[in-house]
Write a protein that binds this ligand. Structure first.
Ligand code: ZN
Length: 280
């Protein structure tokens, strides 16, 4: 039987603005509504960043609490289930702030970015060695599954290092986020380079940024990915000149997954496939 396909909806990211697309959810209410729409459309994982009242990226724990409570309530009100995956990125914030929301909210997953790079030639996407040790230890202590986001080639080498040092625990789950300027391009050559390097027994998902969104989704399906990530964090268009909603991007991933012969994973399937611990 074909593996079930885990679809992650990355709703807003740190940087997508209303000027880029009117559909990006920014307020806690908008984010909760989009989480519901995406869960209905077939997403089993919701990847969250939060914004302040001015729409700017923030790692304030209070804001995470407000958003996550609203998301959980909105899902419960509709009898929907989704795995929440909270970001830990945020180069402008202290390392303490970047993990402070985890013990408070106890999500099932969080991001783990195993290296630094020049993000789109605009700032340093900073993940220091000490932060990665602390985050890895915290994930294990709290039994939160890290989603290892791979943007660049060196990061896959670091995965091996952090596994050996015990800060990551096998089996890991990788999310290839390709075509961010400064990282690896979104093409088949990149995927062919990365895939043999993930440790045996790992699961993997893929997204391409912007124009690489659909090609990387198709490449992932062709290569037997465990998951696809879509959403306005990564891409704002459904097709050239047509803005997408998050739910439309999820629906398209469902359609492509089914065309590739895959069944779509429920949140419960995703928990089993990824070995997640459901916290109460
Ligand atoms: Zn993110």
């Amino acid at each position: 039987m074909a593996k079930k396909l885990i679809i992650t909806a990355a709703l807003c990211g740190a940087g997508t603005t209303k000027a880029q697309t009117p559909y990006v959810p920014i307020t806690p209410e908008e984010i909760a509504a989009d989480a519901v729409a995406c869960a209905k459309a077939g997403a089993s994982v919701i990847h969250l960043h939060v914004r302040d009242d001015n729409g700017k990226n923030t790692m304030e724990t209070n804001r995470f609490v407000e958003v996550v409570q609203k998301v959980r309530q909105a899902l419960a009100d509709e009898n929907l289930d989704a795995v929440l995956n909270l970001t830990t990125s945020g180069s402008a914030f202290t390392e303490e702030m970047r993990v402070a929301h985890l013990p408070v909210l106890m999500p099932e997953m969080c991001s783990y970015d195993p290296g630094s790079m020049n993000w789109a030639n605009s700032y340093v996407f900073l993940n220091t060695p000490s932060f990665l040790e602390k985050l890895g230890a915290k994930c294990q202590e709290l039994e939160i599954k890290p989603e290892v986001e791979i943007f660049d080639a060196g990061m896959i080498g670091n995965v091996e290092y952090y596994l050996k040092k015990g800060f990551l625990k096998a089996p890991i789950h990788c999310q290839f986020v390709l075509d961010v300027p400064g990282g690896m391009p979104g093409n088949l050559e990149t995927l062919a380079y990365l895939l043999p390097k993930i440790p045996a027994g790992s699961t993997w998902s893929i997204t391409g940024i912007g124009k690489a969104h659909v090609p990387m989704m198709l490449a992932g399906l062709a290569a037997g990915c465990d998951g696809l990530r879509v959403g306005l964090e990564d891409n704002v268009f459904l097709e050239k000149g047509v803005h997408a909603t998050n739910a439309q991007l999820v629906a398209r991933a469902v359609e492509y997954g089914k065309m590739a012969g895959r069944e779509i994973a429920t949140a419960q399937d995703a928990r089993e496939l990824l070995g997640l611990k459901k916290h109460q």
